[in-house]
Write a protein that binds this ligand. Sequence first.
Ligand code: GTP
Ligand code: MG
Ligand code: ZN
Length: 303
Amino acid sequence: MNARNNPARLEGQVVASFGRRYRIELPNGATVECATRGKRSDIACGDRVTLSISGENSGVIESILPRATLLYRSDAHRQKLIAANVTQAVIVLAAVPSFYDDLVNRCLAACEHAGIAPLIVLNKNDLPQSGAAWEALAVYRELGYRVLRLSAKQDVSPLAPLLQNRTSVLVGQSGMGKSTLVNRIIPDAALRVAETSAALDSGKHTTTGARLLHLNAASQLIDSPGLQVFGLHHLSLADTAQAFIEFRPWLDRCRFRDCTHRVEPGCAIAQAAAEGRIHAARLATYHALVEEALRAHAQRYRS
Ligand SMILES: Nc1nc2c(ncn2[C@@H]2O[C@H](COP(=O)(O)OP(=O)(O)OP(=O)(O)O)[C@@H](O)[C@H]2O)c(=O)[nH]1
Ligand SMILES: [Mg+2]
Ligand SMILES: [Zn+2]
């Protein structure tokens, strides 16, 4: 295939992204290695795109087709896209390396904002520390989020049915076992995983790019690189409060309409937290997000 005898634009789906290089799968299953025009980097694994063929097995992405969803994180300067067109995000946790509540809360908030259903999975259930980790996840169960425990090394059957007829992205810190899970569910995937369990307190960042794999015709899985930070600068203050689902019943009861739910008198969120109806760790993440947003705003006006 070359551009001269196939001038028509093709459509395909991004099945791998490494920096600014992308692998696109065509409807017939063939893949094409693609670059972008200029410095464009706003393309995510799972995106549907149009492309033109520029050589043997290589091409250029011309445009991104409208997205159903986009999961991404952002700091004051830029956005980091995680996956496009997913319907579910599987937040993968483990007792070792230890996971951070704050990161879980941020992942959940990103999902709520993006309209993506979250599913929390405590992996490495074979480890003796898993009991305490499972107890620590009670807060998410109480919020109504679905939380599973399993061991990728032993049995992935609790997760497999929940992946059917969905496009799921696995997200989480490095070393939680995302790639191991994908390999167990789709043995052909043969993703690289950290070789030993020697990584004690943090992962090794084994996965460097996102990869989309087909479970069956109606179900896809995207493996993503481990994350350490999850900025949500693309959410307004109001969006941020809405993204904490348990805040919603209280949000129109504060004395001030523009209440940021930190220090204002007559704050219904602060009151609910004082009464034990909102968990302290959830409120702490919310406060951190507001501080980050206000700091970025102040910086923008100073410079
Ligand atoms: N004990 C135990 N170890 C596991 C399990 N699942 C994965 N591991 C180990 O955890 C380590 C990290 O696994 P990976 O699959 O590479 O983790 P990852 O989340 O993909 O990490 P990044 O690609 O760095 O984000 C490896 O040494 C795995 O063998 C499990 O169920 N039990
Ligand atoms: Mg990995
Ligand atoms: Zn308030």
